[in-house]
Design a protein around this ligand. Structure first.
Ligand SMILES: [Zn+2]
Length: 494
């Protein structure tokens, strides 16, 4: 007799359905799992056998075949344990097959029959809704990921024994929870940053126009603190964006119960490339999806990691090679990078002496490849602030106050159709939004610094954001000069 239920496996962040077929036939006792399982799936045999014995229903002494279909899709991890156990129980008549047929089952088993959490429960729930299926058996620890979704019949279980007890009495009552945001770890308030008035202004410009940003400055000048203020200035996530963020978190196995604000990822510069880009689960680039990626010491990241970063900036995806296939993870984020001005950190410092040769200094910044630099609309040189002055500074703008201005500036942009980061040359051409004198200034600057047309467009985009932030209908001299000020890589010696 063959019993049938479903489970899922993750391909990228999509949950793909896997049909779990259990056949108990007469013949020499044995246990076989077929259908392209990896080593962890193969080891299910031992976990399922012990778990079933622990609830008093050992595997019957028959020839058991478990087929995970479709056979050409690779199955990974221990997530099929519970489905296999349930299939065996239905196949041997312990559980009435009609109670479980057509259900989707997720969960790893311990040897004592405890049900352990798995990755991708939210992704599975979303796939279920799409396919019109309802019943989902899931580890109790994963419940908070999905208990706000409606249209599903949820069966959270902690142990195999609990599941056997629940099954005849019908679906358990699960409290539906209203959505509520969790604060994002590591995000700071602008009001907590002392001094650095220009830096604070730049963070607001970056937030308003969605511009990618590079800080160059000596150690301890506040690059990290300022960067960690950025997510707090961004608008709340829309429903679809929030779902994407939560799906990535679920696929990473770091499920959050909810997310209303932009996420922040800040990987260390010595992170391995698979952990940065993703491998069998999404990496840090994807953790920043729909939010902010902060790369401190950006020149110290491995070259292939930066190469992946470049692709993500261009396409919004990272693609990584897996066994015989390639998977894509979403990675559309706002980049904030930071580095020292030179290997020793003190080039351009008024009080300390830099001990690096010109050659070393140039080589250091050149580790950031051209295509990445090209995407950094804002390149800002920060100096250390005078401690006494910043300590006494009273009039500190908080994130809440700055955010109001940022949201207003964004609303203005969206009425035009897109964020300023994506404005084209044609927009400036057709609307004549820029004063003639200001445009001349930009032309002069561009020819003096041998800039490309692309670089010139970037100056205009940033100037447009400055105008939006200040509520100016047109771009004039003041705004283009401010935009030019945020391009330190054009200056001599970089
Ligand atoms: Zn130096």
């Amino acid at each position: 007799m063959v019993s049938q239920l479903f489970s899922t496996t993750l391909v990228g962040v999509e949950a793909q359905f896997v049909r779990v077929e259990v056949d108990l036939a007469s013949g020499l006792p044995g246990f076989h799992i077929v259908g392209l399982p990896d080593a962890a799936v193969g080891e299910s045999v031992h976990r399922v056998r012990s778990a079933l014995r622990s609830v008093g229903h050992p595997i019957p002494p028959r020839r058991c075949t478990i087929n995970l279909a479709p056979g050409d899709l690779r199955k990974e991890g221990p997530r099929f344990d519970l489905a296999i156990a349930l299939g065996l129980l239905a196949g041997s008549g312990v559980v009435a097959p009609e109670l479980v047929t057509g259900s989707v089952v997720l969960g790893e088993l311990s040897l004592e029959g405890d049900v352990r959490p798995v990755r991708g429960v939210l992704n599975t729930a979303l796939a279920l809704r799409e396919r019109g299926l309802k019943r989902l058996f899931l580890p109790h620890e994963n419940l908070s990921e999905v208990d706000w979704l409606d249209g599903l019949e949820l069966w959270p279980v902690s142990t195999l024994a609990e599941m056997l007890e629940l099954l005849p009495s019908g679906a358990p009552r699960v409290e539906r929870r209203a959505r509520r945001g969790e604060p994002v770890e590591g995000v700071l308030d602008l009001g907590d940053v002392l001094g650095q008035e220009m830096g604070k202004r730049v963070v607001q410009v970056a937030a308003a126009g969605g511009h990618h940003l590079l800080w160059i400055g000596p150690p301890g000048c506040g690059k990290t603190m300022l960067s960690r203020c950025l997510p707090g200035l961004l608008p709340e996530l829309e429903d679809q964006q929030a779902l994407e963020v939560l799906s990535v978190a679920s696929a990473m196995g770091q499920a959050r119960s909810d997310q209303l604000t932009a996420p922040l990822a800040q990987p260390h510069c010595h992170i391995s490339t698979p952990a940065l880009l993703g491998s069998h689960r999404p990496g840090e680039l994807s953790r920043a999806h729909q939010g902010v990626l902060f790369l401190d010491e950006v020149t110290e990241f491995a070259r292939d990691g930066l190469e992946g970063l470049r692709t993500a900036l261009e396409t919004g995806w990272v693609e990584v090679g897996r066994v015989k296939t390639r998977v894509r993870y979403p990675a559309r984020f706002q980049l904030v990078a930071a580095c020292n001005p030179c290997p020793c950190g003190y080039a351009g410092d008024e009080k300390r002496v830099c001990c690096c040769s010109d050659h070393r200094r140039l080589g250091y910044l050149n580790r950031l490849s051209g295509p990445i630099r090209d995407r950094l609309d804002l390149q800002v040189l920060l100096q250390r602030t005078d401690l006494r002055e910043s300590w006494r500074g009273k009039d500190r703008m908080t994130t809440a106050q700055a955010r109001q201005r940022v949201l207003k500036a964004r609303a203005r942009q969206l009425r035009r159709g897109c964020l300023n980061r994506d404005l084209s040359r044609r927009f400036f051409d057709e609307t004549g939004v820029i004063e003639e004198k200001a445009l001349d200034y930009v032309f002069d600057y561009a020819s003096q610094k041998f800039l490309s047309m692309r670089a010139m467009e970037k100056i205009l985009r940033v100037a447009q954001t400055v105008a939006d932030l200040d509520g100016q209908p047109r771009i004039d001299m003041e705004q283009v000069q401010e935009a030019v000020h945020y391009r330190c890589l054009d200056q001599q010696g970089w």
